[in-house]
Write a protein that binds this ligand. Structure first.
Ligand code: MRU
Length: 383
């Protein structure tokens, strides 16, 4: 997508020094656009944990490139010591953030690729780079396809409204900054806008880190999409007053039964949407499905972050980014980063292969290759 008219991805191999990987350090947006260059796997792990890069698809791609950086710094004297170091790096990268499944999916994809082929360390390093690039390219391609499928839903609503503005509410940032390009929740919006559909986006600010107010709003602004930032609690009111036509969010992990883990507060939006008969869609690439978990509320690990993210707020003051305390000094804060929206509240899932109901049957009809391996429920008798 474009930044000041120039096309960017969120992560890329440095063209002049292919031992370095560049990222956009999102902690400084929307006030500063800063590119950070990384050469060590530990730097990539820190960038993920401290959210220089964030968002399900992007941390998957970052983990892929992190494995490539690991291959460059791993012991090269023997294949055994090289593979031992790669296994340790894999653990380090996976431990950075627990909820988004793309992270471990990407790490395991690179590990499987180096286990399957290559007879020398040099071969394995090349395979790591090829895998990292493939993960990133695939993420961008899948997000583009999600845009194509999701735009049909927006176009239908526009037709039903005789061309009047389609108001879409989104939560957090499931935009191109959260992936390698296009985004998931925003991709249908970008595609519909390009097709000439009149769209307007309600952007939830998304406390405590304000990914909506700082990232989604910035992204939409760069693409010229009309949008309005609202406080997290405004959505229900807007829905009651007919000011929201649909909700689209992203996902950090979706069970094969359709339960969706996404940024904290998503569940409340889904409840309000259900109560007001407003379609609630979740857009995700297949790398975000967890094919092993049946019950999302029970079994998806929910990241808890430092309470200081709640107690302090960051912003621009006299051209400096500063952090200010907004709570009593001695109060503690809990910081649950994600919640799970049960499948029954989700109208449909927008994937790279098309749109399906948020149910085991719906998901497996689009991804039949997983039918044989998903765990069967104990009360589901199979012949
Ligand atoms: O904590 P973050 O910013 O990495 O959270 C992830 C998200 O951006 C959202 O939950 C998003 O809606 C999921 S899709 C990337």
């Amino acid at each position: 997508m474009n930044v000041a008219g120039k096309p960017y991805r969120t992560i890329w191999l440095d063209q002049e020094d292919t031992r370095r990987v560049n990222i956009i350090d999102q902690r400084h947006l929307p006030h500063r656009f800063i590119v950070e260059s990384l050469s060590e796997p530990e730097q990539m792990a820190r960038a993920i944990a401290e959210m220089h890069v964030r968002g399900a698809g992007l941390i998957g791609a970052a983990a892929g490139f992190g494995m490539y950086l690991s291959s460059l710094t791993a012991h090269q004297s023997s294949l055994d010591s090289f593979l031992g170091d790669m296994a340790s790096s894999a653990e380090m990268l996976i431990s950075t953030r627990p909820t988004a499944v793309n992270l471990s999916w990407a790490v395991h994809r690179v590990l499987a690729a180096i286990a399957a082929s290559g007879t020398t360390v040099e071969d394995k390093i090349r395979i790591c780079l090829d895998s990292a690039r493939a993960i990133a390219d695939e993420d961008a391609d899948f997000c583009r396809r999600i845009g194509h499928h999701g735009a049909e839903i927006i176009a239908e609503i526009s037709e039903r409204k005789a061309g009047a503005t389609v108001n879409i509410l989104t939560h957090c940032n499931a935009g191109w900054l959260a992936f390698v390009d296009y985004g998931t929740a925003t991709s249908p919006i970008y595609a519909a806008f390009e097709q000439g559909v009149d769209v307007h986006v309600w952007v939830d600010e998304t406390r405590p880190r304000n990914q909506g107010a700082s990232l989604t709003a910035w992204e939409l602004g760069q693409q010229g999409i009309p949008h309005t930032i609202i406080v997290d609690n405004a959505g229900g009111h807007l829905m009651q007053h007919g000011k929201v036509d649909m909700v689209i969010t992203g996902s950090d992990r979706t069970t094969f039964t359709g339960d969706v883990a996404n940024k904290i507060g998503t569940y409340l939006k889904a409840l309000a949407a259900k109560d007001n008969d407003i379609p609630f869609y979740v857009a995700l690439p297949s790398s975000t499905f967890d094919w092993t978990v049946r019950d999302g509320v029970k079994d998806i690990p929910i990241e808890q972050r430092d309470g200081d993210e709640v107690r302090y707020i960051e912003g621009l003051a006299e051209n400096e980014i500063i952090s200010v305390l907004i709570t009593p000094e001695k109060s503690t804060a809990a910081n649950y980063a994600f919640d799970v929206t049960p499948a029954r509240l989700v109208t449909g899932l927008i994937t790279e292969r098309g749109i399906c109901p948020a149910s085991e049957d719906g998901i497996l009809s689009l991804f039949p290759e997983h039918r044989a391996t998903v765990p069967h429920s104990s009360n589901h008798f199979r012949f």
